[in-house]
Design a protein around this ligand. Structure first.
Ligand code: BJW
Ligand code: ZN
Length: 342
C-alpha cells in the first residue's frame, strides 16, 4: 500500500515536471503586468484584504545574512557551480568534495544570523494563521528567526539533518550542529584571518583527495552518511508535499510571495502557478524582479518589487506586522534561537 501511494505521489512529482515544460511553451501567451505592478499602496491594499498567503522563498532571502545564492554571481564554489556539487552523481564520484562543500555551508550558516526578511515572515506567520511559507533554503535561518514550524515547509531539507546514504538503512540525525561535523571536515570549520580567503574557496589551495573511509560513517551499517537535503533527481518528502497540496486546495490563495528565488527548480517553482486562482496576485521580491523574463510571466494583478528581500519585506508587510523594534525584530517574543532543529 505504502509503495503504491509512493508511486502515485512520484507520478505527481513527474506530472509537475511536465507541467513546467508546458508552462514554458505557452508562457509567451500570458499577459503583461498592470500599470500598478510596483505601486506599494496598491500592494498594501491587496495584502490587507488577503486571508491566505503562500510564500516561496529561495537563496536570495538569506543573501543579506551573508550566504551565497546558487545561480549567478556567488554560485561558484572553488571552480565548480554549486548546482553541480548538489547532486547524487557528485557524491558518488567524490564524496569528500561534496562533504567539504556541505561542511563549509554548515559552518557559514551557523555563523550567520537571520535577517529582517526572515523576521518579517515570522511576524506575518504570527499575525496571520492563513500564511504558509515554503522555503527551498536548507540553512535553518527561518527556524532560527522563530518561524512557527507549523507554518513552514523546508522543501529541500536541512544542512543540519544527516542521513545514511544506504537506501536500505533508515539511520537519521536531526539538528546536528557539531562544527566540524567530523574530524575529516575540520578545514571547513576554519575561520581565516580577516582579508584572507577561506582555503576552501581559494582554488589555488589544492585539496587532498579524501578517501571514503575517512568520512562520516553510519553507526548502524557503516555506509557513508550524507546531508539530508534534496539533490537533483531525488524526490521531495512525500508527506510534506501532500500537506502543501492540501493547504493549497483548502481554499483560495489570495497572495503568493515569490521571495529571492530564480524559481527554476521543480517541484518548488510549480507552486506559484499551482496556487494561482482567478483573484490571486503573485508578487516577486528580487533584485531581478523587473527582468524581461519575469515581466513576461506576470499577469494584470501581479506585483514586482526590485531589491533586497531583507529591506523590502519589512516595508511590504508593514500593514500587517507593524514596524520592527529597536533591535530590528518584531515584538519581544521574536528572538534568534541558534540550535532549534526542524
Ligand atoms: C535576491 C537577493 C536579495 C539575490 N534579496 N533576492 C525539466 C523540467 C522540470 C523539471 C525538471 C526538468 N528536468 C529535471 C527536472 C527536475 C529537477 C529540476 O527542477 N531541474 C531544473 C533545474 C530544470 N528537480 C528535481 O530534480 C527535484 N526532484 C524531482 O523533481 O523529483 C522527481 C522524482 C520523482 C520520483 C522519483 C525520483 C524523482 C529536486 C530538486 C532539488 C533541488 N536541490 C537544490 C540543492 C538542495 C541542497 C542544497 O542547498 O545544497 O536546491 S539545487 C538548488 O536550487 C537548491 C535550491 O534550493 C534550489 C533553488 O535555488 P534558489 O533558491 O532559487 O537560488 P538561485 O540562486 O537560483 O536564485 C536566487 C535568487 O535570489 C536570484 O533570483 C537572485 O536574483 C535573488 N537574489 N540576492 C532577494 N538580497
Ligand atoms: Zn546506515
Amino acid at each position: 500500500m505504502v509503495t503504491r501511494l509512493r508511486k502515485i505521489s512520484h507520478t505527481s512529482q513527474f506530472r509537475q515536471c511536465f507541467d513546467s515544460i508546458l508552462c514554458k511553451k505557452y508562457s509567451t501567451l500570458t499577459v503583461a503586468p498592470g500599470k500598478d505592478y510596483k505601486n506599494l499602496a496598491a500592494f498594501h491594499k491587496k495584502l490587507t484584504g488577503s486571508k491566505r498567503i503562500l510564500a516561496l522563498c529561495g537563496a536570495g532571502l538569506s543573501a543579506s545574512s551573508g550566504l551565497p545564492t546558487f545561480r549567478g554571481a556567488g554560485g561558484l564554489w572553488r571552480t565548480r557551480n554549486a548546482t553541480e556539487i548538489a547532486t547524487p552523481e557528485a557524491f558518488e564520484t567524490d564524496p569528500g568534495l561534496v562533504w567539504l562543500f556541505y561542511a563549509y555551508r554548515r559552518h557559514m550558516a551557523l555563523k550567520a544570523t537571520p535577517n529582517l526578511g526572515h523576521f518579517a515572515l515570522t511576524a506575518l506567520a504570527e499575525n496571520l494563521p492563513g500564511f504558509l511559507c515554503l522555503t527551498q533554503n536548507v540553512d535553518n535561518l527561518s527556524i532560527r528567526a522563530a518561524h512557527p514550524p507549523s507554518q513552514l515547509r523546508p522543501l529541500h531539507g536541512s544542512l543540519f539533518n544527516i542521513k545514511c546514504s544506504n537506501p536500505h538503512c533508515s539511520y537519521t540525525e536531526k539538528n546536528n550542529t557539531s562544527d566540524p561535523l567530523h574530524p575529516s571536515l575540520a578545514l571547513a570549520a576554519l575561520d581565516p584571518a580577516e582579508d584572507e580567503p577561506h582555503p576552501l574557496l581559494d582554488p589555488s589551495h589544492a585539496l587532498e583527495h579524501m578517501p571514503a573511509a575517512d568520512l562520516p560513517a553510519c553507526p548502524e551499517c557503516k555506509a557513508l552518511l550524507r546531508p539530508d537535503v534534496v539533490w537533483y533527481g531525488e524526490p521531495l518528502d512525500e508527506d510534506m508535499l501532500t500537506s502543501v497540496d492540501e493547504w493549497i486546495d483548502d481554499a483560495q490563495v489570495d497572495l503568493v510571495l515569490v521571495i529571492g528565488t530564480s524559481a527554476v527548480v521543480w517541484p518548488a517553482a510549480g507552486y506559484i502557478e499551482r496556487a494561482r486562482g482567478r483573484k490571486t496576485s503573485v508578487v516577486t521580491i528580487n533584485p531581478e524582479a523587473e527582468k524581461p523574463d519575469n515581466l513576461r510571466k506576470m499577469r494584470k494583478r501581479d506585483f514586482a518589487f526590485v531589491g533586497d528581500a531583507a529591506v523590502l519585506l519589512p516595508q511590504l508587510l508593514e500593514p500587517i506586522i507593524g514596524k520592527p523594534g529597536k533591535n530590528g525584530t518584531y515584538k519581544s517574543k521574536l528572538t534568534s534561537t541558534p540550535n532549534v532543529g526542524c
